[in-house]
Write a protein that binds this ligand. Structure first.
Ligand SMILES: [Zn+2]
Length: 327
């Protein structure tokens, strides 16, 4: 039996690069790249990735469990599936990344970074996703699984890439079933993995932030049970579990706070939780020639980080919008 995570952490490969049973065939396409295809047809082609940030362990573990169940035959596979463990060297080191954050490099942006293992890996992942979707006529999906570093007033949320067309109803049904508290709609292109697969592969895609990370083996996977159940149902083409929580809230990015000067000051404490509410007029950040105060009645802060490199985003201000903004 193949244990994808154990092999990857050991830097090893399976004894054979491919295999088959009565229901499916699988192929090891390279480190952290594993494709499984049902032999009797499918209507969805699905990429599920985790470990783009190497220390975000829980989603890597749950994805590994899904693969184990599929290969053991205890979970039927009804989709063509590409499993991606994004950054194996960082996973082995227990770090978010070794040189630079890969999740800003996609869509060819790796060319703007100092060459490193991560720029090479981002390019390799783009090629792997392109090859997976090439000529594929089934409905295309990509879910990129993460956990957040900081606390969050809304612990589980999805980030939807900027796109011109409506968001996929099938994907939103999955996000509802996964008990997400909120989704956030980006208003501009970005360098994330999910943006790449939306823009360049026409996949319905989403970055999922699923709670807080701990070291391998110390995760309470129960905390991730809802997403696990929903993904399992999705790849088995089984009915999605019903949502029992209040409806998912929908936000859109109203303003990105871009750090343009080393004198950039963010007037929030370092441990400010994601989705902290801020009222109109609150002085939020300052840099030469620019002062930002909360513009709308209420805005919510996401990913505040004044320590980012110049030219990068030091936080996003959100406003809440009706659900039909998604269609
Ligand atoms: Zn992450």
């Amino acid at each position: 039996m193949i244990d994808l995570l154990a092999l990857t952490l050991a830097g090893e490969e399976p004894a054979s690069p491919c295999g088959e049973n009565a229901k499916l065939r699988w192929q090891w396409l390279g480190e952290g790249l594993f494709e499984i295809c049902p032999l009797h047809g499918y209507q969805r082609a699905v990429v599920i990735s985790a470990g783009i940030h190497g220390n975000e362990t829980a989603p890597i573990e749950l994805l590994n469990q899904c693969v184990g169940e599929i290969l053991a035959g205890t979970r039927p596979l009804a989709v063509r599936l590409l499993v991606v463990l994004g950054n194996p060297p960082a996973m082995r080191a227990g770090k978010r990344y070794l040189t630079s954050d890969m999740n800003r490099m996609f869509g060819g942006r790796y060319a703007q970074f100092e060459p490193s293992g991560e720029t090479a890996r981002a390019q390799q992942l783009e090629q792997a996703i392109s090859a997976f979707f090439a000529g594929e006529s089934a409905a295309r999906f990509h879910f990129d699984l993460h956990t957040a570093i900081r606390e969050s007033c809304l612990p589980r949320f999805g980030l939807l890439p900027f796109q011109q067309c409506p968001y996929s109803a099938e994907m939103l049904a999955l996000l509802d079933a996964a008990a997400l508290d909120a989704v956030v709609i980006h208003q501009a292109p970005g360098g994330t993995f999910s943006h790449f697969s939306s823009e360049q592969m026409q996949a319905a895609s989403c970055t999922l932030e699923l709670g807080k990370a701990r070291p391998f083996g110390s995760n309470d996977l129960q905390q991730f049970a809802d997403i696990h159940q929903a993904l399992r149902a999705f790849i088995s083409a089984a009915p999605l579990p019903p949502r029992t929580q209040r409806p998912m809230r929908v936000f859109r990015v109203a303003q990105s706070l871009i750090k343009r000067s080393e004198a950039f000051k963010l007037y929030l404490s370092n441990d400010t939780a994601n989705f902290t509410e801020l009222v109109q007029g609150t002085l939020l950040c300052e840099q030469p020639g620019e002062v930002y105060r909360v513009q709308h009645d209420t805005e919510w802060i996401l990913f505040p980080n004044p320590a980012v490199a110049l030219g990068l985003r030091a936080g996003m201000m959100l406003i809440e919008v009706p659900r039909n903004t998604l269609f």
